[in-house]
Design a protein around this ligand. Sequence first.
Ligand SMILES: *[C@@H]1O[C@H](CO)[C@@H](O)[C@H](O)[C@H]1NC(C)=O
Ligand SMILES: *[C@@H]1O[C@H](CO)[C@@H](O)[C@H](O)[C@H]1NC(C)=O
Ligand SMILES: *[C@@H]1O[C@H](CO)[C@@H](O)[C@H](O)[C@H]1NC(C)=O
Ligand SMILES: *[C@@H]1O[C@H](CO)[C@@H](O)[C@H](O)[C@H]1NC(C)=O
Length: 452
Amino acid sequence: MLKLALLLATFPGLVQADRWAVIAAGSKGWWNYRHQADACHAYQVLKKSGIPEDHIITMMQDDVANSSENPLKGQLYNKPGDDAVDVRAGCNIDYSGDIVTGALFTGVITGNESAVPANGKVLKSGPNDDVFIYFVDHGGAGIVSFPNGPFYHATQLSMDLEAMQNNTMFNTLIFYMEACYSGSMFTDLPTNGNGRMLALTAANAKESSWGYYCMDADVHGKDIGTCLGDLFSISWMEDSDAADLSTETFKTQIDRVVKRTNKSHVLQFGDTSVESLTLGTLESKLLAAPHSTIGAPSQSNSMKSRDVPSMSAWRKYLNSLDETEKEIYMNLYKLILEGQEADENVFKNIAKNACRVNMLNQMNCEEYLLTAREELKEKHCHYVLASTIDQKCPARSEHNPGGWNHYNMQFSQVLVNVCNKLPELMVDLDVMQQVVELECRMAAAAVRELVV
Ligand SMILES: *[C@@H]1O[C@H](CO)[C@@H](O)[C@H](O)[C@H]1NC(C)=O
Ligand SMILES: *[C@@H]1O[C@H](CO)[C@@H](O)[C@H](O)[C@H]1NC(C)=O
Ligand SMILES: *[C@@H]1O[C@H](CO)[C@@H](O)[C@H](O)[C@H]1NC(C)=O
Ligand SMILES: *[C@@H]1O[C@H](CO)[C@@H](O)[C@H](O)[C@H]1NC(C)=O
C-alpha cells in the first residue's frame, strides 16, 4: 500500500481509485499471541497509510488480549520495550470468535455476502481499486490454517483469486503472507485475468518462517513469555512505521524486508506487469544474500514458528518460582513434546505403509517420502489426504481445529511427495486414504489411553 499513493500520482487516470484491505490471523490460543499482535499492528499501519477504516476488513479469533495468561490485560504488543504501543487499542475487528474460518475468508475476499453473517463486511472493490491482503499464521506445503478449521488449501486460494479477477475486484492486488512454507501457496497464481497481482511470502516452499521478539519479550516491565511478532511481518510493518508513506515505494520496502528476513527466503510471485508498473526495476531475484540490515535478528530472539509453544512452556517452567506452577509447565512441556513425537510417527508410518509395494528404490523409498521436497502437483490427491489428517487425526490441543497443528503442518510435504509418487508406489488414492485414516485413528486411540 505504500507505493500505491505514488502509483496513483503517477497514473492520474487512477486517481479515483479506492483502496481496500483484508487482514486475517489464522490461529488461536495464547502461544500464538504473535499472530494477533501482527494483525492488529497491520491494521494500525494500513489506517495510517490512509485506507478508510470501513475499507479495512479484519478477522481473528481475538482470544489473546484477554487471555488469563496475558499480564497486560486487553492489550497486545508487537515489540518489546517501555515505549511499545498497544496495537489492540483502536484495532477494529470485524469478525472474531468461532466464525473465523477459511470459508469466511473466501466469502470476504470474493465479495460474497451470502458467505458471511448478515450485514458482515466483504470486499466491495472494483476494477480501478487497489487491494492489500495480509494473512499471518501457521502453514505447511500447500496449506495454511484458520482458527476454526478446516485448513485452507492452495487450490482454494487460486480459485478465490481467480474469482476476484472474474469479478473485476482490483486493479492491483498485493498479498503479503506470513506462514511456514508459504512459498507453496502461490505457485498457481493466475496471471492472465483482470488486474495485476503481486504476492510476497515470508518463506519459500520448503522452510519454516520465524517467530520474533521471543526471548526478551518484556513490555512495560512485564515478561509476556511468548513471541510478540513474526520476523517477516514485523519487518514490513516496522519499515512502514518508519517510512514516509508518501514517498517510499514497494520496491524499497520489499528490498528491506528481504534483507531483514534473513532466516527464511522471502519470495515474490506474480504478474510481471505489476513489477514494471508499480515497482520499477524490482529485482526478479529476491533470494539475494543478506546485506546490512535494519535491526538484525539474533538467535536469542527469533525462533522457528513450530518451536514456539514448546520453548514458551520450557521458559515458563524455568522462570516459575512456585513449585506447583513449575510442575504444570513441565507437564505441559512434556505433553507438547509427546504430541510432536506422536505426530511425527503418524507420518513415518504413512511413509512406511506407502512403501510396502513399490517400484521406487526399496532402500530409499521411506526416506525419500519423508525428506524429499517435491512441488505440489497432484493437488486433488493432496487435498484428499490433507482432509483425512484434518478430520481423523487427533487435535493436539484445544486450540487446534482438527488434526493439523502448528507442528505437524511441516509434514504436509510428505503428503505432497506421496501424491506425486502414487504411480511408482503402485498404490491407489483410495488405499492411501485408508492408510492415512488408520494411522490417524491409532494416534487418536493412543491419546485417549493417555488421558484415561
Ligand atoms: C477484554 O475484557 C474487557 C473487560 O471485560 C473488555 O472491556 C474488553 O473489550 C475486552 N477486550 C478484548 C480484546 O476482548
Ligand atoms: C457465495 O456463498 C454461498 C454460501 O457459502 C455459496 O453457496 C455460493 O456458491 C457463493 N457464491 C459464489 C458466486 O461463489
Ligand atoms: C473465472 O472465469 C472463467 C472464464 O469464464 C471460468 O472458466 C472460471 O471457472 C472462473 N473461475 C472462478 C473461480 O469463478
Ligand atoms: C541475519 O543477519 C544478522 C545481521 O546481519 C546476522 O547476525 C545473522 O547471522 C543473519 N542470519 C542468517 C541466518 O543469515
